[in-house]
Design a protein around this ligand. Structure first.
Ligand code: SF4
Ligand code: SF4
Length: 359
């Protein structure tokens, strides 16, 4: 990693040059929600002036640049008794500006799943390699709990990361490409005083969290609470809409469908992002559904986010952005669900320790 400091005026010129000559996306206000709050999404930008650098959070995460809702995996062509398959990895060079640390952490988690497993995804790899990621720090929103998940600071997964230290950005340069781009602009080595401002900025961010979730030992609590009534309680509220998984930066479940052209001369295999909350997620041929109840499906989403992955790589995949909580129409959110589970466990511990038979 190389560290530099750049004035905000010079940084604007840098973004103007980058966005003006590359396919670039950054946070832009697209609407206002029912609470009167701005709704942001990553949208195409051609200059720094179009980017809402002070945005709160985007409604959808940046994962869709790497895992689109819908993606063609292959195309088949039939000629008499013969057929051939065409596979294209679409990966146009792209610049993403303004990702928050938790969103970059989610990309690192997707890297673990989709690149470091037994069957790396060439589709994901092509997009990840061709995307230039510029991260930016921010003061936490009232419902952010990324500090509880240890994702409020990120040190890998980006090309360039900008920390706001007043009139300048403190740059963490993590790729030769970023270093070469920046050579055309005025930057300098940080002074001691700027190193101190970076430390102060990080301290301020760390101390500004209003939401904390105690995730200590959560994987084992989830194991113990597999049959907890908490799942039915929250499951009864669930509409099975799947929105939580769609906006989540680290949910990656998908379905694969094949469809024929009406002239039967070609076919396509397509991937669609899916959600474990959808009614038919665990349905199999013959009509049996392994997760028929709302509570079962909700439970498995929480297991995947907070336990399933932990077994494989000692890492929960939730990064604490609370997009799912903001999106859910019935108010289902990680803080309340996890706190309920923990209270359930603690009430059980209280009753065990106060039981006359055990004293
Ligand atoms: S967004 Fe809420 S209602 Fe919709 S599937 Fe997720 S938990 Fe259920
Ligand atoms: S808070 Fe919700 S949306 Fe965000 S990473 Fe965790 S499960 Fe996904």
């Amino acid at each position: 990693m190389i560290y530099k400091v750049i004035s905000k005026t010079e940084f604007t010129k840098f973004i103007d040059a980058l966005a003006g000559s590359n396919s670039s996306f950054g946070p832009r206000q697209v609407d206002t929600d029912s609470r009167g709050e701005a709704v942001y999404q990553f949208r195409k930008v051609t200059s720094a002036s179009e980017i809402a650098f002070d945005y709160t959070r985007t409604a959808s995460s940046a994962k869709h640049f790497f895992l689109p809702f819908h993606e063609e995996l292959s195309r088949f062509f039939f000629h008499g008794d013969e057929w051939n398959q065409q596979i294209t990895y679409e990966a146009n060079p792209t610049v993403l500006v303004g990702l928050r640390p938790c969103d970059i952490s989610a990309l690192n988690i997707l890297d673990d799943v989709l690149l470091n497993g037994h069957f790396p995804s060439p589709y994901y790899l092509a997009k990840r390699k061709n995307t230039f990621v510029i991260g930016m720090d921010h003061l936490p929103l009232p419902d952010c709990f990324c500090k509880s998940m240890n994702h409020h600071i990120v040190s890998t997964g980006f090309n360039l990361f900008c920390s706001d230290i007043g009139d300048e950005y403190y740059l963490s340069i993590n790729s030769s490409k970023a270093f070469s781009f920046l050579k055309e602009f005025v930057t300098r080595d940080p002074l001691d005083e700027e190193n101190c401002r970076l430390a102060e900025r990080r301290k301020l961010i760390s101390e500004s969290f209003q939401t904390e979730i105690d995730v200590t030992g959560l994987p084992s609590i989830l194991d113990i609470e597999f049959d907890s009534p908490v799942w039915e309680k929250w499951g009864n509220k669930c509409l099975n809409c799947g929105s939580c998984a769609m906006v989540c930066p680290s949910c990656y479940c998908y379905s694969v469908e094949e469809s024929f052209a009406t002239n039967l001369k070609s076919a396509t295999r397509q991937k669609r992002l899916y959600s474990c909350n959808l009614v038919d997620f665990a349905a199999v041929a013959g009509g049996h559904n392994f997760r028929p109840k709302n509570g079962d499906r909700l439970k498995y989403r929480y297991y995947h986010q907070h336990r399933g992955f932990a077994e494989n790589a000692n890492q929960q995949i939730c990064v604490g952005c609370n997009r799912c909580g903001r999106t859910c129409l019935t108010g289902i959110n990680p803080k309340d669900v996890i706190n309920d589970l923990r209270m359930e466990k603690e009430s059980c511990m209280t009753s065990v320790s106060s039981s006359p038979g055990k004293s």
